[in-house]
Design a protein around this ligand. Sequence first.
Ligand SMILES: [Zn+2]
Length: 656
Amino acid sequence: MIHHRKVATMVALLLVFAHSLPAAEPAAKSRNAWQAGVSRVVITPAEPMWMSGYGGRSKLAEGKVHDLWAKAVALKDPTGKTVVFVSTDLITVPIKMVDAVMAEITRKHGIGRSEVMFTCSHTHCGPAVDDMLSYMLDMNDSDWRQVRSYQKTLNANLVGLISAALKDLKPAAVSFGNGRCHFAANRRAPKGIGPYDHDVPVLRIGSVDGKMLRAVVFGYACHNTVMSYYKWSGDYAGFAQLYLEGRHPGVTALFFAGCGADQNPLPRRREELAKKYGRMLGVAVDRVLNSPTTPVSGRIATRFENIELAFDNLPKKSELLEVQKTGSRYKKAWAGNLLKQYDLYGRLLPTYPYPIQSWQIGPKLTWVALGGEVVVDYAVSLKKLLGHHDTDRSVWVAGYSNDVMAYIASERVLEEGGYEGDTSMIYYQKPSKWRTGLEKQIITTVVNLTADNRTQAARPPQLPGELLFDGRTLTGWKKTKFGGEAEVVVRNGQLILETGADMTGITWNRDTPPPEWDYEVTLDVMRVEGHDFFCGLTFQAGKSPCSLILGGWGGGVCGLSSIDGFDASENDTTGYHEFQNGRWYRVRLRVTRQQITAWLDGKEILDQPLKGRKLSIRGEVDLSRPFGLSTWQTTGAVRNLRLRKLTAKEIAPTKK
Ligand SMILES: [Zn+2]
C-alpha cells in the first residue's frame, strides 16, 4: 500500500510539474528539434567561355576536369529560426548576384539577409561572372553578353538551390569539430615565414540518430590557385569535396574559403598537387568526422551589417583620362570604370559598404563571414578575441563571403604595401588602397555583432503562455481587409506579412475574445524588408484599443498610439531604436489596470501609467480591433506569438 501511495504521489507531483511548465514540448521531440536540409546543383558552363582569376588568360575554357557545383545546407533551430549556407565553385561572390538572389529568396521564403551566407571557393578555374574582377579579362562585347547570360542562369540556379535546401529540411543531428591541415603557406615575402591559419572547421550533418552522414561543411584558409590551365575545375577545394564524397557515397561535401588571401598552396601548378592538397584536406576532415564532435544545441542567432570602409585617395578625373591614354590594359580598364563613376555621380565614391555577417549556431559555435579577400591576420585576431577552442566553444572565420570587392588588408599588410595591401586594387576597379583604420572597424563590428548574437542565442527558446500562432496555419486569425494589403503567408514556422500599400495584417478570429486587462503578450518579430513599422500590435486595455508600434515613421520610432490623442511619435512613450532588417527582436507587452509596459529584447522601452489617460488607436488600424498585427509598406515576420494571463501576484500594483 505504501508503495502504491508513493507512486500516486509521484504521479500527482509529475502532473503538477508538467502543468506548471510553460507549454513544454515532449522531451523526445525537443531533443530532436534541430533540422537540416541539403541541396546541390551543377554550375559548369554549358559552352566554352572566359575563365576568371588570372588576367593573362588569352582564350576560352577547353573542357572540364570535373564539374563545378553550388551546394547549400539549411539549418533550422527548435524555434524555427532558419539559416542557409551556400558554397560555390566560383572565383567570387558578386554583390549584384547576392542582391538578385536575396530579393527572390526573401519574397519566396521570408528569409532575411542575415540568414543566408554566400561563400565561394575562389577557384581560379571557374567562369567569369558579372563582376568588377571580369574587367581584368581581355573580353569583347559579345564575351560580356555571354558572361551576363551565364550569370542570369547562375542566379536562377542559386534561387532553386536555396529553395531546395529549405524544402529538404528534416530532423537532423548537427555537430561540429576542428581539424588541422598544413599545406597553406604565407605567400608574402619572405615566403612561408608570416602568419597562417591551418584550422579545418567541420560541420557534420547527420541523420537524427547520428548514424548516417548527410552532409559535411568544411573550410580552409588558402588561395585556391594550384592550377592556371584552361579547364573547369574546383582546384584543390574541388578535389577535397570529391575525395569526401567518394569516401562517403551519397554525402554532399561543401567548402568555404577562410581568410587565406595571403596564403598559397605551395608548390603549385601541377594537377597532381591539386589532387594531393585536396586529399590532405579531405583526410583532415575525415579525421574530425571519425572523432567525437560537439553536438549543436540551443538556438541560432544571426546579424548582418554593412560598414563603410574608406579609400585612401581618390584620383582626379584628369589623372584618369591620362591613364586611359598611356596605361596598361588593366590600368585602362580601371580608369575607364572610375570615369564611369564620375559620369554617374559627378565624383568618386569615397567609401565602400563592406558586409560583415556573424552567426551563432547554438551557444558554442560562432561563424563569422567577411566580404573580400581577407588576409589571415583577421582570422588570427578574431579567434583570439572571441575565444576559439578546438573542442568546446569554436570560432570560424570565412572570407570571400557575401561580396568580394577587393583584398582586405590588415594594418600590418597595408603598411607593408605590395599586392594584397595596395596594387591588387587595380583589378578590383577601386580608386586606391584602403585608408588605415579598417582593421579596427571590421574587428570591432564583428565583436559587437557576435556579442549580440551570443545574448540572443542564450535566450530560453520556450516562452510562457498560450501559443496564438501554430507555425503552420492561420488558424485563429483572419487577414485584415485594409484595402491595398499584400499576402499573409506561413513559411518555415513564421507568419509573414508582406509589403502592402500601405498595410498588411491579421486580426483575431476566435470564439473567445482576447483579454481586456491583466495579460502579457510575447512575440519574436523581424523586419524582413522595408523601412517602416514591422510590428503594429493592436490590443485592448479594458474597452479601449491601443497599438504598440515598432519601427515607424521611417524606421526607428517606437511607442503607443495613441494616448490622449497623441500618437506613438509624439507622446510620453515615444522612443527610438535602430532596427536591423533580418534580425529577430523579442517583444513583451504587459497590460494591467495601472499601466502598459513594453520590453524590447528584455529592455524596458515604455511604461505608461493609465490613470487619467485616454487611450485610442489611429483610424488606419481600426480593422485590427480587438487584437491584431500589422505592417506599413514593410515585410514583417512573426513567430512565438504567445498570450498569458498575469498571476494575482503580478497584478498587484508595485509602482506609483
Ligand atoms: Zn585571390
